[in-house]
Design a binder for this molecule. Sequence first.
Ligand code: 5RP
Length: 283
Amino acid sequence: MSNLRFVQGVRVMNWGMKNRLSQIMGRHDDGRCVMLAVDHGYFLGPTEGLENPREVISPLLPFTDSIMLTRGILRTSVRPESCVPVVLRVSGGSSIIGEDLSKEAVIASIEDAIRLNASCLAVSVFIGSKYEHQTLTNLARLVDEGERYGIPILAVTAVGREMARDSRYLGLSCRIAAEFGAHIVKTYYCNDFDTVVRSCPVPLVIAGGKKLDEKDALKLAHDAISSGASGVDMGRNIWQSKTPVSMIKAVRSIVHEGLDVEGACSTFIHQPTKANVTTKLQK
Ligand code: 5RP
């Protein structure tokens, strides 16, 4: 478990918890991870670029350390022979056209998560929003269930609409999620991100957010890792890119190989070709 030496509190975890956490955070000796997020459809429906999940996921799988998705997309769009660890989204219940996105419940049982061989469960918490309390109690319940079965919990933090995505509010959200027992916390990159990292005692991964120019998205990943993030959980900036395979390779080179933005861009980001847009393999 030496690859987990970066994770505070790992000594007190049971073997199953350590094993699953190491599938997410410990596949490399740096304690970092590249997680591919393709769970957007759970509230957005057929998001641009993710209309056909199987076609999107398949060429990217060989280059990600884990994949974050719902059970519906896992069952239909990833081959069961796949060895890529699964981060199963288990919260939901509102859509982009519904009353309030923060109105979420736990939408999959722990038994089904185990049947699906999930290595981690993802639940959103919406701090400062109308249903803050219920999303935090969702997290608390999942942490209890995860501890019972040795499955780590990823808390996906969001802040209320009127709150700035700055270090104060993101720091508040991340810290609350860690206090509730989340094993990994996902947030957004912001100025003074190192203060968010310092006040959150569990590994932080960052979302990519809305599609940016490739170089800007790589800079975001680079800045986050340089400020202490343990990895990325990126979606749109990978699969909405014209060259998704090149983009995930570039992100990976920043997270695991220490490339800077220029290096990652010049090595991986070229004009679309058949080779960088698709590969046939599913790991
Ligand atoms: C949605 C999510 C997404 O997985 C998350 O936002 C990451 O994707 P992106 O990089 O596209 O922002 O958790 O609630």
